[in-house]
Design a protein around this ligand. Structure first.
Ligand code: FMN
Length: 220
């Protein structure tokens, strides 16, 4: 009788704690199976991720409201965007440098705009691996600098998304960026951002929230 009661008690405890041999074994197998199935590396890498480029033109030397600068206002914003979204960068560097004197530079730029000039830039970039191009420039005479038009005309933007950003005396875009898709044929233009060059140069942290808010709205 005592043996019978002990056996009955053992059976009841096993049932209560769920320690029946076969059930516990099944649970273990399930857990191990779950643990043993990491996402294959290939699958993880296959997730679509657009490759992003930040292409920009920026002028150094004497500039409006900031005196002599070693790094252009737009270049500062370009770096901020590139590091936030993990983009490559391409600087549009003129083959014939613009005057470092501000007034002379404005005169050269005005003459270029009036004559529809397309100044050459150094080097080239293969855009085929990029889906999204952030395009940065300073406002020159309420327009894009002519060398940025050269960049737009020289490359194939078909199927690419272009996101413009600029710096100027104020935090605005002039509307000229609306003409980008008619030059960069087949491209899609997204909401751009205009920033005050002086703020970018002298207090970049003051513009960071605005840049990040804009990027967030674009999905970055
Ligand atoms: C040739 C030239 C023309 C400019 N024209 C304008 C303009 O029309 N409107 C404006 O707000 N700022 C104008 N600016 C000021 C620049 O847009 C501003 O200083 C900008 O932040 C410079 O950027 P960067 O250092 O990247 O070249 C002009 C500057 C230059 C050199």
């Amino acid at each position: 009788m005592k043996k019978f009661l002990m056996a009955l008690l053992t059976l009841m405890m096993m049932a209560l704690t769920g320690c029946g041999g076969s059930e516990r074994g099944a649970t273990d197998v399930e857990m191990k199976t779950g643990d043993a199935q990491p996402i294959p590396v290939e699958t993880a890498q296959a997730a679509p991720k657009s490759k992003i480029l930040v292409a920009y033109f920026s002028h150094t030397g004497e500039n409006y409201q900031v005196g002599w600068i070693e790094k252009g206002n737009t270049a500062i914003v370009a770096d901020m965007i590139a590091s936030k979204v993990g983009a490559d960068e391409f600087e549009i560097v003129p083959v014939n440098p613009y005057p470092t004197n501000y007034k002379e530079c404005t005169e050269v730029a005005k003459a270029e705009l009036q004559s529809n000039a397309r100044p050459e830039y150094a080097g080239s970039i293969d855009l085929s691996g990029y889906d999204v191009i952030f395009l940065g420039y300073p406002i020159w005479w309420s327009d894009l600098p002519p060398i940025v038009y050269t960049f737009l005309e020289n490359n194939n933007f078909n199927g690419k998304t272009i996101i413009p950003f600029c710096t100027s005396a104020g935090d605005y875009m002039t509307g000229q960026e609306g003409s980008i898709p008619s030059i960069a044929k087949g491209s899609m233009l997204k909401e751009g951002l205009g920033l005050t060059g002086k703020d970018a140069q002298e207090n970049p942290e003051s513009i960071r929230p605005k840049v990040e808010q804009w990027l967030k709205a674009l999905g970055y």
